[in-house]
Design a protein. Structure first.
Ligand SMILES: Nc1ncnc2c1ncn2[C@@H]1O[C@H](COP(=O)(O)OP(=O)(O)O)[C@@H](O)[C@H]1O
Ligand SMILES: Nc1ccn([C@H]2C[C@H](O)[C@@H](COP(=O)(O)OP(=O)(O)O)O2)c(=O)n1
Length: 206
């Protein structure tokens, strides 16, 4: 069984996926972390993020490993753990350029499709491009202001700056952001995290 949870930036995808996966006793996988890892490694190596050839060459000599743990995904490059460095403002800023390269998307998709079922997969295109055959699909939204208020608890920046950056990233990611035709769309604005998780679990168990 595969459950896909897609949605816009900071809509609650990883928190909700973690809660759903723990309740079902299966792993979840955060596809965005792989895009973030490719971005971090590119920045650290001083590469031009607009050059997919250079990025892919670097990733082939610096393989990235995603550990889809139920309590939180971790990402490694050899024995260096990248996880804590993946949610910085500089990675936020560069990641959409990296994620727009079809070669990078294929690099991510190959790793995701190699995972053994069952699992929950979260990102932008899990229910559309990567796992169109998934049994249960969800799509999370919330206004940019609400998402910025939530994310402000995790970033040093001000709410208006975070909101502007989220809107900008949604625009840059627009090619990947669309609910699957068979996805249940949830506006999480008026909902608590627990309410979102419970709603999804009820649908999956029905
Ligand atoms: N429905 C909700 N109500 C309140 N806070 C939420 C809700 N969903 C997510 N959050 C909080 O919003 C923040 C961003 O959620 P996160 O799971 O990181 O989103 P994403 O994976 O889409 O970027 C987290 O601090 C999370 O706890
Ligand atoms: N399946 C995916 C997942 C993420 N991405 C891209 C687009 C996003 O801006 C970045 C980071 O995604 P991530 O889900 O980690 O971060 P946010 O929830 O947007 O803060 O990666 C993508 O293109 N496709």
């Amino acid at each position: 069984m595969i459950v896909t949870i897609d949605g816009v930036a900071a809509s609650g995808k990883s928190s909700v996926s973690g809660g759903v996966a723990r309740a079902l006793g299966i792993p979840y996988v955060s596809s965005g972390l792989l895009y973030r890892a490719a971005t971090l490694l590119g920045l650290d190596a001083g590469l031009d993020l607009g050059d997919p050839g250079a990025l892919l060459a670097h990733l082939s000599t610096h393989p990235v490993r995603l550990e889809p743990l139920a309590e939180g995904n971790r990402v490694w490059q050899a024995d260096r753990e990248l996880t804590d460095d993946l949610h910085s403002t500089r990675v936020d800023k560069g990641v959409s350029v990296v994620a727009a390269h079809p070669q990078v998307r294929a690099w991510v998709d190959d790793q995701l499709r190699a995972l053994p079922e069952p699992f929950v997969a979260e990102g932008r295109d899990m229910g559309t491009a990567v796992f169109p055959h998934a049994q249960h699909k969800f799509y999370l939204t919330a206004s940019a202001r609400i998402r910025a208020q939530r994310r402000a608890k995790e970033r040093p920046d001000d709410i208006p700056d975070i909101e502007a950056a989220l809107i900008r990233r949604d625009e840059l990611d627009a090619n990947q952001i669309a609910p699957a035709a068979d996805a249940q769309v949830l506006d999480t604005g008026p909902m608590t995290l627990d309410e979102v998780i419970t709603t999804i679990l009820r649908a999956v168990r029905a």
